[in-house]
Design a protein around this ligand. Structure first.
Ligand code: ABC
Ligand code: CA
Length: 474
């Protein structure tokens, strides 16, 4: 997938070890134990209809390469980020043929595969006395690494790039990504990985821990769309990774204000609207950022918020605003795990229930997004306007999709807001449908639309004539 093709995709993020396993495996999986639970690529391939049924067309799977084995002070490498030999696959998840079969199975369903890649480091249970060996595959020379030092100050960019992540239990020896051999290796490696497994996109780990000058050649060698992790909430810090380094970051700058906007009733919305403006001025193209509410590194939103309407409003934002939406597995199942490792629960305990309220909710949002994209060729490239309609209602205008998000919560009495014709562009007597309630509304003689927010639920509107698969089942 190139950027143009990726814009219309909607991504489901999963941790391979936790999403699906062969039904003959019955051992208990406690996320808190930080152990392998038996998830595999072939089991993922067996549950693609569950993902597709929610309207997602792309999966991001956790890293696939060989990791350090055994147990450490921080458990096992079930998440896949503790690379040993990047030239081999992690056999806990299957074989090369299994991974190829997953890629093929996706493509046969009109779906796409994004694989997580770790370029910044390998892993070890030693730090100061770490000595690379042949077990590290291509990186067996001391020169392939930056000398040992811990990152202790995240505001010191030299440290962030050249010192090591991790701690004394599991160190992440930092690769010398300035070295010509290391650079050359990675560029060839990513070309081959994409080709061997027919990958459609890559998720790049720890982007800010490598010099910006490393990235343009690497993403060019990948040749497919990339979404990169620059874990920082400051848009002016993250922006240059897109503008100069050619990586498309996840939208961490929006993530923090988004969580704060909905993590209680009647929160102030101006931090979020202000950040939308800052993002617009900091990135060349905000419509290529990765939008998310949950992921594997942060406590699930549901760990702090139990109000079902606040949860739905917060989850709506990434799907109806700018950027490529990412939904973390388990959001559809009401998982509430907090910090890593609790946010990496096994999904098989839910029996892949497609009848839950949240499962259907994500299907409705994806249908609305797809309908908007089908109705207007500029839907994905035009930047949304985000403003407040009242102190508790946010208007997200990404024409032809117009949403009202509310912070009042599920116990609130009905509230009325008006979407003016001047922002919607709707003429008088236009019929629009709410993808969430499936209610149909009609604009008044001035083209304004009176919207009743019921039980604090989000309202996701599109003209009825453009509704496509929205509310196809009633
Ligand atoms: C293990 C244990 C954890 C334990 C941890 C210390 O060690 O499991 O319980 O807490 C992998 C595994 C993890 C594992 C780590 C380390 O390896 O998944 O389970 O944690 O062994 C990426 C991946 C992540 C992965 C790695 C390593 C990197 O998404 O899953 O972790 O390959 C930093 C990195 C970031 C990394 C993240 C986990 O750590 O930059 O790439 N994620 C500040 C710093 C950030 C820092 C963040 C969290 O804290 O600036 O650089 O991320 O430590 C905002 C600010 C931000 C600030 C946040 C907290 O607040 O703007 O700058 O981030 O307002
Ligand atoms: Ca580094």
């Amino acid at each position: 997938l190139d950027a143009t093709a990726m814009r219309s995709k909607s991504v489901y993020q999963l941790v391979t070890d936790r999403f699906a396993r062969n039904s003959s495996v019955t051992t208990t999986c406690n996320a808190a134990d930080r152990k392998y639970c038996g998830g595999t690529w072939s089991a993922v391939a067996g549950q693609l209809d569950y993902i597709k049924g929610m309207g997602f067309d792309t999966i991001w799977i956790s890293p696939v390469v060989d990791n350090i084995g055994g147990s450490t002070g921080e458990g096992e490498a079930y998440h896949g980020y503790w690379t040993l030999d990047t030239n081999s696959l992690n056999s806990n998840f299957g074989t090369a043929d299994d991974l190829k079969a997953l890629s093929t199975a996706l493509h046969n369903k009109g779906m796409y595969l994004m694989v997580d890649v770790v370029v910044n480091h390998v892993a070890a249970t030693s730090s100061a006395d770490f000595a690379p060996s042949a077990a590290y595959g291509p990186f067996s020379a001391q020169d392939d690494f930056h000398p040992f030092c811990w990152i202790t100050d995240y505001t010191n960019q030299t440290q962030v790039e050249e010192c090591w992540l991790g701690d004394s239990a599991v160190a992440l020896p930092d690769l010398n990504t300035e070295s010509a051999t290391v650079k050359q290796f990675w560029n060839t490696w990513i070309t081959q990985l994409v080709s061997n497994y027919t990958l459609d996109a890559v998720r790049i780990d720890t982007v800010k821990h490598i010099s910006q000058s490393f990235w343009p050649d690497f993403v060019n060698a990948a040749g497919v769309f990339n979404q990169g992790e620059v874990l920082n909430g400051d848009a002016t810090y993250v922006g240059p990774y897109q503008n100069t380094a050619k990586v498309n970051p996840f939208n961490y700058p929006i993530y923090y204000p988004l969580v704060r906007a909905f993590n209680g009733t009647n929160q102030n919305l101006t931090e979020l609207t202000a950040m939308v403006s800052t993002v617009k001025s900091s990135f060349n193209d905000p419509t290529l950022l990765g939008s998310f509410l949950n992921n594997h590194d942060n406590p699930r939103f549901e760990s702090a918020v139990s109000d079902t309407s606040l949860i739905k409003n917060a989850h709506t934002y990434p799907l109806v605003s700018d950027g490529i939406p990412y939904v973390y597995y388990g959001s559809e199942a009401g998982f509430k795990g907090g910090n890593d490792p609790d946010n990496r629960e096994p999904l098989w305990t839910t029996s892949y229930d497609t009848s839950s309220d949240m499962y259907k909710f994500f299907a409705s949002l994806n249908a609305a997004r797809a309908a908007a994209g089908a109705a207007s060729s500029s839907f994905y490239t035009n930047q949304a306007t985000v403003s407040t309609l009242s102190s508790t209602a946010l208007l997200v205008n990404k024409s032809p999709l117009i949403s009202v998000l509310s912070t009042t919560g599920s116990s609130a009495s009905d509230a009325s807001v008006t979407i003016p014709s001047s922002s919607s562009g709707w003429a008088k007597g236009t019929k629009v449908i709410d993808a969430v309630s499936c209610n149909e509304l009609t604009t008044d003689d001035s083209g304004n639309l009176a919207v009743t927010v019921s039980k604090g639920l989000p309202v996701v509107l599109i003209e009825s004539s453009k509704k496509g698969g929205v509310c196809a089942n009633g």
